[in-house]
Design a protein around this ligand. Structure first.
Ligand code: FEO
Length: 162
């Protein structure tokens, strides 16, 4: 049986993951409005990954005999200044999520919940990847600067994400 403090924090994390999905879907919609279909596609895939992250936590609480309690999801922003502004915000958001996962690990440790600590290691690895993939696009956008051709090529590249 999962301890109450751990159950509560994982429920909060489900909310944070679903908010991430909302945020990335809103970013996808921003890119659609700018006719950058590749960026929009990349963000949609990212949003689906966030739903998967939430569902993995959902399954874990149930498996441990806990109770999932869903809370309201905040509205995400609607507009950004540029594609670079969007991706910088993705990166910042992922760093924030990494902090939340680290806090969860520390809680599991203080509660001596080895199973949860072990379960969270998947998220630790995932966050390294999430931060790196957002940062890679930020760096490319910085190189591209105001080149329409560069943006077009990057849009084409991001459209390939599976
Ligand atoms: Fe669920 Fe992008 O962290």
């Amino acid at each position: 049986m999962i301890k109450q403090a751990v159950e509560k924090s994982i429920n909060d994390q489900i909310n944070a993951e679903l908010y991430s999905a909302y945020l990335y879907l809103s970013m996808s919609s921003y890119f659609e409005s700018k006719n950058l279909g590749g960026f929009a596609h990349w963000m949609t895939v990212q949003a689906k990954e966030e739903v998967n992250h939430a569902m993995k936590f959902y399954g874990y609480i149930n498996e441990r005999g806990g109770r999932v309690t869903l809370k309201a999801i905040d509205s995400p922003p609607v507009n950004w200044k540029s594609p670079l502004d969007v991706l910088e915000n993705v990166y910042k958001h992922e760093v924030k999520v990494t902090g939340l996962i680290n806090k969860l690990v520390n809680l599991a440790r203080s509660e001596k919940d080895v199973a949860t600590e072990n379960f969270l290691m998947w998220y630790i690895d995932e966050q390294v990847e999430e931060e790196a993939s957002a940062d890679a696009i930020v760096q490319k956008l910085k190189l591209i600067k105001d080149s329409a051709n560069g943006l077009f090529m990057l849009d084409h590249e991001l459209a390939q994400r599976e």
